[in-house]
Write a protein that binds this ligand. Sequence first.
Ligand SMILES: *[C@@H]1O[C@H](CO)[C@@H](O)[C@H](O)[C@H]1NC(C)=O
Length: 366
Amino acid sequence: MATPSLCFVFSLLFFSATVAPAERIDREDDLLIRQVVSDADDHLLNSEHHFSVFKSKFAKTYATQEEHDYRFSVFKNNLLRAKSHQKLDPSAVHGVTRFSDLTPAEFRRQFLGLRPLRLPSDAQKAPILPTNDLPSDFDWRDHGAVTGVKNQGSCGSCWSFSAVGALEGAHFLSTGELVSLSEQQLVDCDHECDPEERGACDSGCNGGLMTTAFEYSLKAGGVMREKDYPYTGRDRGPCKFDKSKIAASVANFSVVSLNEEQIAANLVKNGPLAVGINAVFMQTYIGGVSCPYICGKHLDHGVLLVGYGAGAYAPIRFKEKPYWIIKNSWGENWGENGYYKICRGHNVCGVDSMVSTVAAVHISNH
Ligand SMILES: *[C@@H]1O[C@H](CO)[C@@H](O)[C@H](O)[C@H]1NC(C)=O
């Protein structure tokens, strides 16, 4: 027997078919529909089916039978978590993702990587901007300021993707040229530390902070192109930074106030912004506007804010909430083609509390 919340998931499924490409929904269909029909009684049976679909879809193999059984037990817990996330966050769709065989702790360790915020000495406070003429919808992807979705792999280097994404946008604004820049340079070479807290330093796959990454980029002179310093997702290699191949340089960077109108104004004026977020709902996120009733404000993930939407009438939910458009670094196969939508208005999941903007130097010699 289906409970009301499960029916709700069905409704959302139809809605999401209108916002995401059909092929993707077709593939998700199976996972979702079967998942929502699993009741307590046949939960185990269905979990086995979901797990085998999951393994083939994401090409998962486990070295031993023990490992397999353990991953299956984690997977079952994550099915329950996805269900509870769906209840807490009805305007989004939650379900099986490629992270469904990881415990929350493993997920945090491998796919997030944000240190607690302390400001480096060169960080300024962004000036207060006028907000009366802001567009109701805005998306930097429509203006060519955003590179394709990248993939940090199993490495807590989100902070470098967030910072590099902001610098790519700033560089585009100052030069008119969109250049994909190197996260690996930051992973290998940026060991910038918090001046006031010993041991709080950017440290490759073990985490970092976007503002310290800007500080490093400022001191180093700039960041190389992705193609000259490609991503490996490993952090024990030597720094191969070559000053003669700098493609973009930081002029200055600033911290934006917590006010949402100011965040929007800085986004529109300065380009995509580096933001911190609590990623707990992102482990099970499939699509829609995420607007959980309860979400921690503890920030553990760095992402790129590229736009916002005013929300719109949608037949099933009656009204889509105003949202921020977030570029993530978990590949295009996660979320809505690599993107996340989170509702605006109440600092949901801490999304307004660590926002920084960077300005690039105009470089013409390449
Ligand atoms: C940051 O640098 C940009 C580009 O050089 C400049 O236009 C802007 O005034 C600077 N901002 C601050 C706060 O210094």
